[in-house]
Design a protein around this ligand. Sequence first.
Ligand SMILES: Nc1ncnc2c1ncn2[C@@H]1O[C@H](COP(=O)(O)OP(=O)(O)O)[C@@H](O)[C@H]1O
Ligand SMILES: [Mg+2]
Length: 403
Amino acid sequence: MESIENNSQVIIKDVWKLYGKDAKKVFSKKLMQETKAVIQEKTGCIVGMKNINLEIKKGEFYILMGLSGSGKSTLIRSLIRLVNTTKGNIIINGKNITKMNNEQLLHFRRDTFGMVFQHYGLLPHLTVLDNAAYGLKVKGIPKGERYAKAMQTLETVGLKGWEDYYPGSLSGGMQQRVGLARALANDPEILLMDEPFSGLDPLIRRQMQDELVELQEKLKKTIIFVTHDLHEALKLGDQIAILRDGEVVQVGTPEDIVTSPADEYVQQFVQDASPAKVLTAGSIMEEPSILTYAWEGPKTALTLIRANKRRAAFIVNKSRELLGVIREKELVSLLEQETKSKTIPMDSIKKVSTVTEDTLIEDLFSIITENPWPIPVVDEKNRFKGIVTTDHIFESLSPLGGE
Ligand SMILES: Nc1ncnc2c1ncn2[C@@H]1O[C@H](COP(=O)(O)OP(=O)(O)O)[C@@H](O)[C@H]1O
Ligand SMILES: [Mg+2]
């Protein structure tokens, strides 16, 4: 077996999949340049993958996106040879899987991959626990050990207490959690997910996405995830590969895809994206016109606020941590007091809701209405980074790309 030195965990090199007889006919110089439609017309072969080249790094959350029929399932399945490629090489962990014999393949699949598909693929006559433990049973892991491991992954996916139920009595979301638990029980290096949330209600779907992001932070698996939903792709993906008619048309980060779509086809996807679900607070925040400092006196703060024709200002400490908002009226009353304070006391400062740079704009709406002032953006240590104003939020929602 040939071995290739490269820091990518999955390398897909010049890969083709043609469905139908006489695939060899396609590999003439002339036909290979043709589109899927022409190839099909001239040879009767259906193009599943056409000269695909991709590299996926360890720990990456990698999205395959495209319209129905674009070849997403063909591609993800070819990684475990549920689909045999017609041409090209697929190297995983340095091993060329297109060259493996059945015995090698079987072990490699079991040891390296976990799979989650849209139709949960649970066995109806087995309990949740037995379903979760199924892959381990196939591997020949003794009962005690596989149950212990399955219990643990069921807990990870939030299904503790459901071990003895049968899949039929669970909601779609919960069945998919069982599917995920089953895939994780094996502790696979690479998780393959083919439209796992497509059958779920929007609310449940969003929740499952959030949980998967959290899980990924913890487990740091390589995840290859198929979706035809741009919002799902943007939310989950580190990298997104966009497929059309069996070909890769663009590979990039969510930001790349949204800000510079490679062609019409990608543009169509992006147009449908709601900016509120794509843009983050960090991308629209600005410097506040004034900022006050807790170690300065009330007189300084009041002067600054009035000079800028404001009624309030954000206030930070020496580490630039946000303390809250200090308002004109509090400053005035501080200055009217007998015992004049040299600094601004904490009980005069009003606490405020904050967001971080990666908060999506859609999650800002509920905060906008809370207060008359802009929304402060802070980092993980509560250090002040900037503000987002209501005006700016609404401006950003006019068509994408206008900045
Ligand atoms: N078993 C098969 N036999 C013939 N054609 C197939 C088969 N599986 C998929 N195809 C064709 O290959 C193309 C890609 O399909 P698929 O990988 O399922 O796309 P996606 O998952 O993006 O919807 C489609 O044109 C589809 O009709
Ligand atoms: Mg598919």
